[in-house]
Design a protein around this ligand. Structure first.
Ligand SMILES: Cc1cc2nc3c(=O)[nH]c(=O)nc-3n(C[C@H](O)[C@H](O)[C@H](O)COP(=O)(O)O)c2cc1C
Length: 161
């Protein structure tokens, strides 16, 4: 079973998680980056990012390499922004939905304490699926290290074997 981990990370928590997930298996890591990065500090960070997420924006992404036919499973990873998936993941799904339809899906989200379930519901809606094979929700795992996160990541991977 060949897996791609498709993720966006503004401040490193999702990248940290994506790398840990990939290290537990033979998965390819594909990091999404918007052509125009969102503001990364101060009020503008939350205002523009939150607004973009609520509006369902699909920002243009920097070129990435993804050959859908190589993969049986896609793991999506993203920070929760205003109760939504961070917009670059929306762009990716929109651009690749034909190629990924029917594959196995799982997802992990990083957040600070509110809206993760809601964001996962939105992800499933965009993918037109009722359920994912596995879901992992972590609170700022890089910024707030906790051994329980490693256990949760391991359990998430084990569900996918
Ligand atoms: C624009 C924006 C909106 C956010 N909205 C939420 C939110 O609704 N709920 C929450 O718990 N955390 C929210 N956060 C915090 C991030 O989801 C959280 O810190 C996450 O771990 C960041 O992942 P990253 O380091 O990979 O970017 C928000 C962060 C940003 C920048």
């Amino acid at each position: 079973m060949k897996t791609a981990v498709i993720y966006y990370s503004m401040s490193g928590n999702c990248e940290y998680t994506a790398k840990k997930i990939a290290a537990l298996s033979d998965a390819d890591l594909i990091r999404l980056e918007p052509e125009k990065e969102f503001p990364t500090s101060g009020f503008r960070k939350f205002f523009w990012g939150g607004k973009s997420a609520i509006m369902g924006d699909m920002p243009k992404l920097k070129p990435y390499v993804f050959e859908a036919e190589k993969y049986d499973r896609i793991i999506f990873g993203f920070p929760v922004w205003a109760g939504n998936p961070a917009p670059p993941v929306r762009t990716f799904i929109h651009e690749n939905i034909e190629g990924i339809r029917g594959k196995k899906y799982a997802a992990f989200v990083c957040y600070s304490g509110g809206g993760a379930d809601k964001a996962l519901v939105k992800l499933k809606k965009q993918l037109s699926v009722e359920t994912l094979d596995a879901e992992l929700i972590l609170i700022d795992p890089q910024d707030k290290p906790d051994p329980k996160n490693d256990e949760a990541i391991k359990a998430f991977r084990e569900k996918l074997i």
